[in-house]
Design a protein around this ligand. Structure first.
Ligand SMILES: Cc1cc2nc3c(=O)[nH]c(=O)nc-3n(C[C@H](O)[C@H](O)[C@H](O)COP(=O)(O)O)c2cc1C
Length: 326
């Protein structure tokens, strides 16, 4: 399948693995890229720029295909060493960056100068237009269904994607709720040039996370995610568990008076406990509604081949057949 996204990134299939904290390590990024998609290392999971440089080198040993690095720009009192991370990306020869959070304007001249293609992930048409205007090469349009931070507008992909298609000139991929060939074909129909998946790629053999997390995804239904931190306007979609129930109780009882400090034990620094040690009730971890469509733990190659096969059959079979009958 050839789309503006496969052309832009030099990949065989229009399938991207979005950055995921403590999931997007070299093993997963390389497996996705080797399977013909675009794997992405999560920059900030590496504690220092030197660690990121080492992770990039490790990924390069596992694949000779293109892969990217995610840089998430979060509001914080003591920001991470972003200049150092950007340097590690450029010096590591990485040519694709997925940005998310605040707009990446400050880093664009440096990245463009180094020939890096930037795909910015955002949850609204206005942010997508802004990203396009500052020179981003592509957009990842993240609908309300998504795992992680869906923003505060709550517009699902059935509306958000065609709205993006109405406004954008640069190519975009559909992110949030994508799992299989049906998702890909629907995304293409709505104007996207491919898909970005987070949650689905966690339930793969190569995802370097505890098996408890993968089994929790297989067991979960589409009803099992919750929105947390809404009172702080930092909404995150997570899988429900005992830690999340505790957090939601606090949100209810403290109301508008709640501060980040009140919930710090349920949200800060819990990823290693969950992803590495499999302590499933340790706190809130990002998970999309798409958990309801995850029924197995295939390899990345099996998953991507299956998606492409299903998409082909849907387009050439079911959909073409409907036209023939008309
Ligand atoms: C466990 C997890 C961690 C994530 N961490 C990040 C992150 O650090 N930076 C980021 O830009 N997106 C992050 N995301 C969002 C994904 O990159 C992607 O946009 C999202 O998962 C798409 O929705 P889906 O889960 O329905 O596929 C995370 C998602 C998950 C599930």
């Amino acid at each position: 399948m050839k789309t503006r996204i496969t052309e832009l990134f030099g990949i065989a299939h229009p399938i991207i693995q979005g950055g995921m904290h403590f999931v997007g390590l070299a093993e997963l990024a390389a497996a996705v890229s080797n399977a013909g998609g675009l794997g992405v290392i999560t920059g900030l999971t590496q504690r220092t720029p030197a660690n990121l440089a080492a992770e990039i080198a490790r990924c390069r040993e596992m694949t000779d295909k293109p892969f990217g690095v995610n840089l998430t720009f979060l509001p914080s009192v003591t920001p991470p060493d972003y200049p150092g991370y950007v340097r590690a990306i450029i010096q590591g020869g990485v040519k694709i960056v997925e940005t998310a959070g605040n707009n990446p304007q400050r880093w664009m001249p440096q990245l463009k100068e180094a020939g890096v293609k930037v795909i910015h992930k955002c949850t609204s048409v206005r942010h997508a237009l802004k990203a396009q205007s500052i020179g981003c090469d592509a957009i990842s349009v993240d609908g309300f269904e998504c795992g992680g931070h869906p923003g505060e507008d709550d517009v699902p992909n059935f509306i958000l994607l065609p709205r993006a298609a109405e406004e954008l000139e640069v190519p975009f991929v559909a992110s949030g709720g994508m799992a299989d060939g049906r998702s890909l074909v629907a995304a293409l129909a709505l104007g996207a040039e491919g898909i970005n998946m987070g949650t689905r790629f966690m339930a793969t053999r190569e995802a370097p996370i505890h098996d408890n997390v993968k089994q929790a995804l297989v067991a979960a239904s589409e009803l099992d995610t919750r929105l947390v931190m809404r009172p702080l306007r930092n909404t995150e979609r997570v899988l429900v568990n005992a830690g999340v129930e505790r957090l939601l109780e606090k949100e209810k009882s403290l109301g508008a008076a709640m501060t980040f400090e009140d919930i710090i034990s349920e949200v800060a620094g819990v990823y290693p406990a969950i992803m590495q040690r499999g302590e499933m009730d340790a706190g809130a971890w990002s998970c999309g509604m798409v958990a309801g469509l995850i029924h197995d733990v295939p390899t990345c190659q099996e998953l991507i081949d299956r998606i492409m096969g299903e998409a082909h059959n849907l387009i050439a079979g079911r959909l073409a057949g409907m036209l023939a009958l008309a």
